[in-house]
Write a protein that binds this ligand. Structure first.
Ligand code: C2E
Ligand code: MG
Ligand code: MG
Ligand code: MG
Length: 287
């Protein structure tokens, strides 16, 4: 019988699963040196004011180019870094680099930088302190930073942790740091999180962005319109992601969306390219 069980267990090691696990181990090991070996870089994607076409904010997005192999996309390595805890060191590096780059954009155009943070980072007891410390070190005012969180980040937290995270976010917000709820609509209980989380900005996930050729176009329009109205009613700023065509931009404006992000305006680009884009815009009064 033991032999039999052994045989059955072997079946569980499907070649793909084993390959997956090996790949994860390889990436986890590789990530150990990602920060110290300077393998991480940041790119920035403009969030554009649909009315004026001007850059309103920039979102920092991390890139990993491991020495000697192809770039690994964040959708692949961020979840691995979250599981291993490496996201804490990576996240700190991202915040520092983003604040270092954002200072000149804030000074010349009053533009804030928006940075994605993971639940694992927020669960660190000193998270809020770390953020204010970094801001101070890079001479950036609190208004120049937005932190993007997701609904799913609270899925794995205990009620005590959730309370602590909310307290940390509330504290940061009182100092002027703004909080954006990212990928809105893709989590499990969007509305209850919207009620309990201290949030200033709502980012509608790109899966809702109406695309005329999509079979679900009508429904996407209805969702987008309703979410935009809900967001405005709550006094939140709304950003829609994944805008790829001019047609979409026009429709979104009709639906009441004022801010958008997507390949139509710009893909994520290096900091120097943000400098160049801003050079084409008049300097703005910093509020
Ligand atoms: P996200 O925060 O929702 O970022 C938006 C993603 O949509 C980015 O993918 C961006 O390149 C992509 N995107 C932008 N415009 C368009 C468009 O018009 N069409 C389409 N189809 N996609 C568009 P990216 O850079 O691969 O990042 C993927 C995710 O990885 C991010 O989603 C975020 O959840 C995570 N991530 C990226 N950087 C960081 C980071 O520094 N820290 C953490 N914790 N997560 C990060
Ligand atoms: Mg984001
Ligand atoms: Mg998003
Ligand atoms: Mg996302």
């Amino acid at each position: 019988a033991a032999k039999h069980a052994g045989k059955d267990q072997l079946v569980l090691f499907h070649p793909d699963l084993r390959k997956d696990r090996l790949e994860r181990t390889r990436l986890t090991l590789g990530l150990r040196q990602a920060v110290t070996q300077r393998e991480l870089t940041l790119v920035y994607q403009p969030v554009v004011d649909l009315g004026s076409g001007e850059i309103h904010k920039v979102e920092a997005l991390v890139r990993w180019n491991p020495a000697g192999s192809r770039p690994v996309p964040p959708d692949v390595f961020i979840p691995i870094a979250e599981d291993s805890g490496q996201i804490v060191a990576i996240g700190t590096w991202v915040l520092e680099q983003a604040c270092a780059d954002a200072r000149r954009w804030y000074e010349s155009h009053g533009i804030a930088v928006t940075v994605n943070v993971s639940g694992r980072q927020l669960r660190e007891p000193d998270f809020a302190e770390k953020v204010t410390d970094i801001l101070a070190r890079y001479g950036l005012p609190e208004q120049a930073l937005v932190l993007e969180i997701t609904e799913s980040m609270l899925l794995a937290t205990t009620p005590a942790e959730t309370t602590r995270i909310i307290a940390a976010l509330t504290g940061l917000r009182e100092h002027g740091v703004r909080i954006a709820l990212d990928d809105f609509g893709t989590g499990y209980s969007s509305l209850s999180y919207l009620r309990t989380l201290p949030v200033d900005i709502l980012k509608i996930d790109k899966s809702f962005t109406p695309a005329p050729q999509h079979p679900d176009y009508e429904r996407m329009r209805v969702f987008t319109k309703a979410i935009t109205e809900l967001s405005a009613g709550l006094g939140l700023q709304t950003v829609i992601e994944g805008v790829e065509t001019q047609e979409q931009a026009v429709l979104l404006q009709q639906l009441g969306c004022l801010l958008a992000q997507g390949y139509l305006f710009s893909p994520p680009v290096g900091a120097a390219q943000i400098d160049a884009l801003l050079d084409q815009e008049p300097r703005r009064q910093v509020a």
